[in-house]
Design a protein around this ligand. Structure first.
Ligand SMILES: NC(=O)c1ccc[n+]([C@@H]2O[C@H](COP(=O)([O-])OP(=O)(O)OC[C@H]3O[C@@H](n4cnc5c(N)ncnc54)[C@H](O)[C@@H]3O)[C@@H](O)[C@H]2O)c1
Length: 439
């Protein structure tokens, strides 16, 4: 086969792995390849990140500095901003961002720039794999034409595949190594090489028949979550009106041993994946003259949740003869989900914006997020306030937006005047039920 030499290098673990994009996805991937005994060159455009890694420091909370130090110390991992060194890598894995533009369309610029950077240095015998979440067709329609500008031919001179990332930051029961990895190749050789490459690092590699099948599998997974979360969010609003506790209902339904998977409502969707990825598919569907109605509807329901939470908060204050304007509100949890430091697309940010627009004075506490950073849509310039009994008592409302495990919810309820709970975090609290409003 055309890739025999590369296959031999991969099988003997002599292949140099290049990982482009050293973020939430790229760094764990580096960790697993180095643990598997491979040498890894890590590429990022962010000099600050590369310098931190070289100094043995981490910028992601759940990947401790010791891990970075060990990877660098072992001599297996070298981070760099020098993209000329792409030519040295045998297998190039790409984990760059795939956000939405302001118009909620796929922003392909990161994938395009990366493909151009590779095309300039592409040499015979290299394997290129895209990991970033994207719509079906990206690898073949967007990446391949750019890579072939090098004059090299796919399937003959170089190999191309897509393998979606299923990283779930903060998860304890599965890791990058133990989460099965779906791989689709441009052709048979590309698939065989990509499978062999991932087998260095991942326990269970799942081959599929094409790049498109692998791309679509990832979007299906995230759309499935997006739609089901929207369903329980909508039911939450209805059950609130009916005086039924949606959390109790989900707990009861979950006792069915088959045919039911529980999903949980919340203040809105967050993170880099679930609020964004389904829209990659709905955008692509338009090219096929189809509307992805489930995705659009789920998006609509989920996007409305922060406003719903604010309306519940206003009602709760109103019941106590108070108004939101001028009220002091403490948001607990800025991260988009519990026990992590990632605030991308977090509903807490939207809640802060909406509450401030209504004239509330808003602070936040998050043990994982000491301060806010400038983001595309938000520049809040806030720092996390230290929790104490006295400070809790100083707020008109404490709004639980993220249910971090480190919070002592009884302590919070004991000391707060009013608690708005969007996560059922206070379910085990024994005293003070009258102060709690679920939202
Ligand atoms: N975070 C997750 O939990 C998760 C899970 C599954 C899939 N994904 C997908 O993985 C991809 C990466 O997400 P992430 O969370 O790791 O993002 P991230 O922002 O944490 O990391 C991306 C990195 O790429 C770097 N980068 C940007 N442009 C670059 C370029 N042109 N060349 C080289 N490096 C560049 C950035 O500096 C950053 O360090 C996305 O497509 C995302 O949808 C993310």
């Amino acid at each position: 086969m055309a890739g025999d030499a590369l296959m031999a290098k991969i099988r003997s673990k002599q292949a140099l792995i290049g990982v482009i994009g050293l973020g939430y996805v790229g760094l764990p991937l580096v960790r697993e390849f180095t643990r598997g005994g491979a040498r890894v060159l890590g590429f990022d455009v962010d000099q600050v990140k590369v310098d931190l890694l070289k100094a043995g420091k981490s910028y992601i909370e759940h990947l401790p500095a010791k891990l970075i130090k060990d990877m660098i110390g072992s001599g297996l991992f070298e981070p760099t901003t020098d993209f000329d060194r792409l030519a040295q890598a045998d297998c190039i894995l790409i984990a760059v961002p795939t956000p939405l533009t302001k118009m909620r369309e796929p922003d392909m610029s990161y994938i395009e720039k990366t493909s151009e950077a590779i095309a300039k240095r592409l040499r015979k015998g290299q394997l290129v794999v895209l990991e970033s979440t994207t719509y079906p067709g990206t690898t073949r329609e967007v990446m391949l034409p750019i890579l072939e500008k090098s004059g090299l031919k796919v399937g003959k001179d170089f190999f191309l595949a897509f393998s979606p990332e299923r990283e779930d930051p903060g998860r304890k029961d599965y890791s990058t190594k133990t989460i099965p990895k779906v791989v689709g190749g441009y052709d048979k050789d590309s698939l065989a090489l990509a499978v062999a490459c991932y087998e260095i690092a991942i326990d269970n590699v799942v081959p599929v028949s094409s790049c498109e099948a692998a791309e679509a599998a990832k979007i299906l997974e995230n759309t499935y979550r997006c739609v089901n979360i929207a369903l329980v969010n909508e039911l939450k609003v209805l059950f609130d009106r009916m005086g039924i506790d949606v959390w109790e209902v989900i707990r009861a339904a979950s006792t069915k041993p088959f045919g039911f998977t529980p999903f949980y409502p919340g203040p809105g969707l967050g993170g880099h994946c679930i609020p964004i990825d389904p829209f990659y598919l709905s955008w692509k569907a338009r090219q096929y003259e189809m509307t992805t109605r489930f995705i659009e509807l789920a998006g609509e329901v989920n996007v409305a949740m922060p406003r719903y939470v604010v309306s519940r908060l206003m009602d709760a204050l109103n019941d106590r003869g108070a108004a939101l304007k001028g009220a002091k509100v403490l948001i607990l949890g800025l991260a988009y989900k519990k026990d992590i430091d990632d605030v991308r697309e977090s509903p807490s940010l939207e809640l802060i914006k909406l509450l401030k627009e209504k004239g509330a004075k808003v602070d936040y506490n998050d043990p994982h997020v000491p301060r806010t950073h400038k983001m595309r849509e938000y520049d809040l310039k806030m720092t996390s306030r230290k929790l104490s009994a006295r400070m809790l008592a100083g707020y008109d409302v404490v709004l639980i937006s993220t249910d971090h495990s480190s919070y002592d919810y009884q302590f919070i309820v004991d000391n707060a005047k009013l608690v708005l709970d969007t996560r059922n975090a206070t379910v085990k609290v024994k005293a003070g039920a009258k102060k709690i409003v679920k939202a």
